[in-house]
Ligand binder design. Structure first.
Ligand SMILES: [Zn+2]
Ligand SMILES: [Zn+2]
Length: 397
């Protein structure tokens, strides 16, 4: 790969390419990218990025080059690899190895194999320059297995416990955890308790039900812990909403402390039952701020809790501690904060009914009519104190 690419000019790269050009353009861009990554790693080592107060080269790239942290980190990893291994660097600069082949080589370098790779790099580059990427990948895996066999590898040991997670671009969290046997039992018991089954129409796979249960457990802890703030003050999730969006019936997103956008339906669910702080800004300057107000004052929440005693969703048995107060006519739609416009809903059902297609109607006698996205309506009744037996809602009708 790479022969004849030197004639390629910047202009020809920027023009539309046809299929016949792809080989040359790809080789050209890969060589340019390798050089670029190498230079970025060199600049990272030079440390000039700290002059403007940046905490790392990756952060400097984020701020000045509009690069995500993930892309900046990957670029630095690529550059440092080329910086460390000269034979691979020369092959990447000349195009005798493709970017995919360089990437395959990078993946075989681990702490135990790094020294051996440095000794073998020239031979590996020579052996791989005429291979296709799939064969290169296999050869790399084979080299790594042999290298690890002769390296003084520590016996792999899982940590006793760990929890690592990261956010994807859309705000979704992915992660991996290791729990000791006692914690695993606690978790399984809690998941079992929090897992719900909403009847015949509930086709959520087991994994989704577990995720919903975990969300409820976390929301329960946030609403009921003994740390800073009282359960009803709920300082655990801070969201920022533009004042124009508060009354914007068409929606409007909230932004979390760490900059993730929440969808409109989740924003509406939080607005139903939260503490609101008013802050006035002119451009970046805060010009005024007001006292905080609660969208549902504690006394009113108590009254709603007294009437409902738990989640009002059909068939749900979640108790008060699991619940938010939901504005039947939504808060953002100027719904009033009063007893006959509020019902208790557990976290999962609260977020569910804020999704498109769901409507709720609360009668003066406290009966709640829930119409789902398929048009089916069911009704639940306020709590009645039974003479005997466990507390519960009237059956759905
Ligand atoms: Zn709500
Ligand atoms: Zn519920």
């Amino acid at each position: 790969m790479g022969s004849g690419t030197d004639q390629l000019t910047e202009q020809s790269v920027c023009e539309s390419v046809c299929l016949d050009d792809l080989v040359e353009v790809t080789a050209h861009l890969e060589r340019r990218h390798a050089r670029f990554a190498f230079d970025v790693a060199r600049l990272a080592d030079a440390g000039e990025w700290a002059v403007d107060g940046s905490l790392s080269m990756a952060i400097w790239l984020q701020q000045h080059c509009r690069m995500s942290h993930r892309d900046a980190t990957r670029l630095l990893i690529e550059g440092r690899f080329l910086n460390r291994y000269d034979a691979v660097r020369d092959a990447a600069f000349s195009g005798s190895l493709s970017a995919s082949q360089v990437s395959a080589l990078r993946n075989v370098v681990t702490k135990p194999t790094a020294v051996l790779f440095g000794q073998h790099q020239h031979g590996l580059v020579n052996a791989f320059r005429h291979l296709d990427p799939v064969t290169t990948e296999r050869a790399c895996q084979s080299w790594r297995a042999k290298a690890e066999a002769v390296a003084d590898m520590p016996v792999p040991k899982l940590p006793d416990r760990s929890w690592t997670s990261s956010r994807l671009a859309d705000g979704t969290m992915v992660g991996r955890f290791v729990l000791d046997p006692a914690a695993a039992t606690e978790l399984e018991t809690a998941l079992q308790t929090a897992r719900t089954f909403d009847g015949a129409g509930d086709d959520r796979p087991h994994g989704v039900r577990n995720a919903d249960a975990a969300t409820e457990i976390i929301a329960f802890f946030n609403a009921n812990h003994d740390g800073d703030g009282t359960p009803r003050h709920r300082p655990h999730v801070a969201l920022y909403v533009q004042s124009d969006d508060l009354n914007n019936l068409g929606g409007g997103h909230a932004v979390t402390d760490d900059g993730h956008l929440l969808p409109t339906w989740a924003t509406d669910a939080y607005l139903c039952d939260c503490v609101i702080h008013r802050v006035l800004r002119t451009a970046a300057t805060i010009t005024d701020y007001g006292r905080s107000i609660r969208s549902v004052p504690p006394q009113l929440f108590r009254a709603v809790a007294d009437r409902d005693r738990g989640c009002r969703f059909t068939g749900c048995t979640r108790k008060i501690a699991w619940c938010d107060a939901h504005h039947v006519q939504w808060w953002r739609r100027n719904g009033e904060t009063k007893l006959d416009n509020l019902v208790l809903l557990c976290s999962r059902h609260h977020h569910l009914i804020h999704r498109p297609g769901w409507t709720l109607q609360l009668d003066p006698n406290g009966d709640l009519h829930i119409t789902n996205h398929l048009g089916h309506t069911s009704t639940t009744h306020p709590y009645t104190y039974p003479a005997t037996g466990p507390p519960g809602h009237g059956p759905p009708s």
